[in-house]
Design a protein around this ligand. Sequence first.
Ligand code: ATP
Ligand code: MG
Length: 703
Amino acid sequence: MKMTNWLEQLNPQQKKAATHISGPLFVVAGAGTGKTRTLTTRIAYLIEELGVAPDSILAVTFTNKAAREMKERIVEMAGPYATNTWIYTFHAFGVKVLRRDIEHLKMGYTVNFNIIDEDDAKAMVRKIIKDLNLDTKSYKANAIRHKISLFKHLNIDYFDNANERLVLEKYTHELITNNLLDFDDLQILTYKLFDEHQHILEYYQNKFNFILVDEFQDTDHLQYKMMKLLAGKQKNLFVVGDPDQSIYAFRGANYDNAKFFLNDFKNEDGSKAEIVLDLNYRSTKEILKFANKLITSNKNRPFSKSLETDLGNGLKPFIWSAQSDLNEAQMIANEIETLIKDGGYKYSDIAILYRNNALSRSFEDVFMKYNIPYVLYGGISFYQRKEIKDILAYIRLVVDPNLDFYLMRIINTPRRAIGPTTLNKLQSYAKEHNMSMFDAIDSFDISGKTKQSLLEFKTLILEMKFDFQNFTELGKVVDYVAYKTGYNQMLETDKDEYSEERIEYIKELKNPFVQAEAYYEGTFLEKLMQLLDQIALYSDLDRNKVSDAVVLSTFHQVKGLEFKVVFMTVMEEQIFPSSQSFMDLNELEEERRIAYVGVTRAKERLYLTRSEKRLLYGALIYPRPSRFLKEMMPEQEVFTKKGNYTPQQSTSSNYLKPGDSVTHQVFGKGIVVSVDKDIATIAFSMPHGIKQLLESHPSIKKN
Ligand code: ATP
Ligand code: MG
């Protein structure tokens, strides 16, 4: 299709924004009004119609998935030439910049730095706490890691005492001496480069003639300042956002950025550089009614506008209440089967959304039983798995044996009789002599057997390093490392319940290596380095390989996406909104915006589900329905299911009524006296007598 045709598909406001040429512009508009589409079309327009060089355009998105989709759309519109457009997440953009210029910071970092993910960062903090002999009960690694991040990113000092500050100091030192960057550094150091080194800033200011930011409402202040610097000369900053969907305040995202933008970037005549989009193209009227009603309960709305659509009324959202968490998942599984069989839907049209990752388990269990294919967004990702991290640590160490951090991770996996005490001693020795642990092995004085093991380890890494020099194909690396290090053999001999799965995962790791072969340019080692960077940045969303699968996700992870069918699950007080938010109006409003993001993902069918009881973190709770349900519903009305199908009754429940005769595994035969909510009062014969029991407990059988 010609570019002009892409433009013709936009409404007049969208088109005005998409063909905007010079100067700043803020497209502020509600969910589904085509902000992302407008932004994408503008890039294609610049390239195709105006002949702008793709690599002079920088577009920033929030997830790797969004970045990839955006690139695909642009290539579709403007042709393969558009591939060179800089479309990155803030973090990935940081990596690009730092790989070129980090040495200018003179902090000791070199361009070969490695990136550690959140888990590794926490592990490092944990180790420092231990090394400092601090009480691990009062010094929690996760909490301190969080404080470090706040301090680095926002300069907020939440440290409780000098010891915590000491952890920060050691952590920073550890990163720098190992040439490691954490996720915070990727942005902080990039900003620092621009802020402190005029010639670097100018290079990028001149390079990027056009800068675009999607999901602007979720940028934090540092990100805004970075964009402001980059666009400082040419002022071609184009941002799109929706204040009602701002859901990252907890991480420091700040809607004040909108005010700053409108202040910092004005039209030449001094007027506001702003365009508003009106029409929602995603959801039917009945769904938007819910969205609009919900969000009006928020007091703090800098831009308050109801969503409207020309799409038909569509179906009213369904509100379901289940007896138990298991039952909730079963109802949904049944409905999915019907939607696939009779409704003409595909699995991938359907998303199951919940407030936090811990809630995914019941859906996973039931979907596995029902053979419903699913992909998990978030949760434990492939690249967080131990075996994957181990293999990658080996590869990183072979590339650069001086990376103590990775050496410590794998030196005793598989077991080589090199215990933590030896490692600590080796580490201190290396520090004293100002060398890496790897280099220190030779002169390190320790008992014969341990020394032998250390030397064997060193030889192993050196042999691998030698072999790497002769490698030409990335595809061979994983098998080679898993074999040569004895890792696979260890798993094979372990033979515990997970070892087979682990071997499978390692096999799966070959895929990205094979793909990288064609994707990157350069020598074997150069390609390998690029791949390792990419993996360090990988988010869970990128593992979305199964082509037709139901999406299981938190609300946060589906920002910007859309699905024909959306199940918003676990709509229960204390969970959603979360109990932490009850006391704080701002937090409660953020919870409401999260719910709003959920509702506005749905195109055709929206289900709001909850359960009357739930097993949560090992305790049984009886949550009340989420206040958001009431706020969304037109009146006090409760909807029953519409449409042609009803869910099949779940088969595994054994709801009791008075008079039923039951057998309990321990108390023996009994008669149900009464049932209140889920608790049955049951009379057993003596010596047990009357007991109050959870009616659906597996130890009770109805006779
Ligand atoms: P969100 O706030 O959720 O990120 P958005 O404003 O970015 O939403 P898009 O994702 O760009 O909205 O668009 C929503 C849907 O509407 C997409 O399926 C898109 O293709 C479609 N759409 C956008 N504009 C038009 C239009 N002018 N005509 C037809 N469909 C459109
Ligand atoms: Mg969008």
